[in-house]
Every structure is written in structure tokens, then in C-alpha cells.
Design a binder for this molecule. Structure first.
Ligand code: DGL
Length: 276
């Protein structure tokens, strides 16, 4: 098998995997969640880089020619260094892609007011990746970003329906719109956040467009494979998907149901960076 690897710190990348599999059902996939070390969002650049590097190496060792970092924090803090420093040393024929660029690309067509809000982990916000990517493509867009450090723990702990989720989502959405009341489009710059979509909808001003990334990342991947037939021909296509987590496989399987609406088999990996 030469599957496409999909990596996230935990469950969030499943929101991306689901959309990718909808568009590319015939491809094979391996999903890896580093739940034992999630969340990544409050960690330093070096830590996120080292963890992500180990995960990519693990997916390469499993035979993936292509890995998607389905995690904004990893895309913001580790993607460039892995692409520029590690790939040439490991195997220049393999590829690692992230989720920030494909999301930034669509924004220019979606915002009327040209005021865009970004909610994400503290790591992604501090990196300024969204502002930089969006303004590279659309210099006229005003980007205001707000870090939501409690949202990933709410998702990882299955608290998305709780009163606590209402409290924190309202607090953070209010803070974002207090920065800029002209925002008409909000990017969910963390792959966990689509699980809080109902709560987010409840607290944004009416008419606000909310952007979960999955479908844009999936469309962008289709375009990439179309432009790169040399990569496409290396990927196997028997429609299989295997799931790995660094935490308890049973818990992962149960929680993944919320994201995927299907039962899955999950294998445990005791550490990353080595062959399983
Ligand atoms: N899902 C990840 C993201 O898109 C981050 C979650 C975390 O903090 O680990 O940023």
C-alpha cells in the first residue's frame, strides 16, 4: 500500500479526512492522531516541530508518499522547516502539504466586507500564518485573529454540547467581534473547531459566513494530484483507511464516531518516529 497520510495532534484532522475521502473515495489513507501529546496549540515552535517531524517520519515509514498536516498548529509551526530541511534529507520524492494555504486562497472570493476573522489555537495565532498568507494573496483584506485556547480541550474531552462550551465559545466570539465589528467571514483555523460549529453559529452575528476548512483542503488536494500525475500514480487506490493513535485505541474509536459517523478499527502506537 502507498496511502495518503493524514496527521493531526488528535481528532481534529478527522474533519479534514472525512472531506478528502468524500472527494477521493478510491484512494488509500492512513490517519495518525498524536492524542497522547495533544493539544499542540499551546506548545512552543520547537516542540510542535519535533512532534510533527516524528509523525511525518512514522507515516513515511508506513509507506505514505504524501502526507497532509491536517492540523493548523503543525502547518503553522512545522510545515516549512520539514519541507525545506527534512524532506531533502529523508526522500526528496515525498511531499508534505498543509491546511493554511488552501484556506487562505478561498477567502478573497468569500468576504464582501474585506474584513475577515480567524479563530485558532494560540500557536497558530502567534505564528501570524493566516494574516501573512491571506495578505500575500489579498492585500486589501483586514485580518483580525483571536486565540481560543479552551476550544480544543472541549473537543478532545467530548464537551462540545456542554454549558462550558457555550461559555467559552460565546466569550471568544464576542472578543473577536469586539476587535472588528465589520468581520463578515470567520475562518475556523483549527481542524477541531467544526465540532463546535453549532455553538459558533449561535454566537456570531447573523449573516456571518463561517469557514470550516475540510472541503477547501480536499478540493485543493484534488487539484494538486491533477497537477502532479507523478505523485498520483504512486498512490494506491483500494479505498482503505487505517487509523492509528498514540493514546487508547478504544477511546479514539468511540470519539471518532462523533467526527465520522461510522465505526472504525484503531491501532495503538506506543511512540512516534520509529517503525510501528
Ligand atoms: N487541530 C489542530 C489545529 O488545527 C490543533 C489542536 C491542538 O491544539 O492540538 O490547529
Amino acid at each position: 500500500m502507498s496511502p495518503i497520510g493524514v496527521f493531526d495532534s488528535g481528532y481534529g484532522g478527522l474533519t479534514i479526512l472525512r472531506e478528502i475521502r468524500r472527494l477521493l473515495p478510491e484512494y488509500d489513507f492512513v490517519y495518525l492522531g498524536d492524542n497522547a501529546r495533544a493539544p499542540y496549540g499551546n506548545r512552543s515552535f520547537d516542540v510542535v516541530y519535533n512532534f510533527t517531524r516524528e509523525a511525518v517520519k512514522t507515516l513515511f515509514d508506513m509507506g505514505c508518499p504524501l502526507v497532509i498536516l491536517a492540523c493548523n498548529t503543525a502547518s503553522a509551526k512545522a510545515l516549512r522547516t520539514i519541507q525545506q530541511h527534512d524532506l531533502p534529507l529523508w526522500d526528496a520524492e515525498r511531499r508534505v502539504l498543509g491546511v493554511i494555504r488552501p484556506t487562505a486562497e478561498v477567502i478573497g472570493h468569500l468576504s464582501q466586507s474585506r474584513h475577515v476573522g480567524v479563530v485558532a489555537t494560540p500557536g497558530t495565532i502567534l505564528s501570524e500564518s493566516y494574516r501573512l498568507e491571506i495578505n500575500k494573496l489579498y492585500p486589501d483584506i483586514v485580518v483580525n485573529a483571536h486565540a481560543c485556547p479552551m476550544w480544543v480541550p472541549l473537543v478532545e474531552n467530548s464537551e462540545t454540547e456542554s454549558a462550558g462550551a457555550d461559555y467559552f465559545v460565546k466569550k471568544d466570539i464576542d472578543a473577536l467581534f469586539a476587535m472588528d465589528a465589520m468581520i463578515d467571514t470567520v475562518i475556523l483555523g483549527c481542524t477541531h473547531y467544526p465540532l463546535l460549529l453549532d455553538k459558533i453559529r449561535k454566537y456570531v452575528p447573523q449573516g456571518t459566513t463561517i469557514i470550516p476548512q475540510g472541503e477547501y483542503v480536499a478540493t485543493s488536494l484534488c487539484g494538486y494530484l491533477h497537477r502532479h500525475p507523478e505523485m498520483d500514480s504512486r498512490l494506491t487506490k483500494s479505498g482503505e483507511c487505517h487509523y492509528f493513535t498514540t493514546e487508547h485505541s478504544d477511546k479514539f474509536g468511540k470519539t471518532a464516531r462523533m467526527f465520522l459517523d461510522e465505526d472504525i478499527q484503531v491501532e495503538h502506537l506506543s511512540s512516534l518516529g520509529n517503525k510501528p
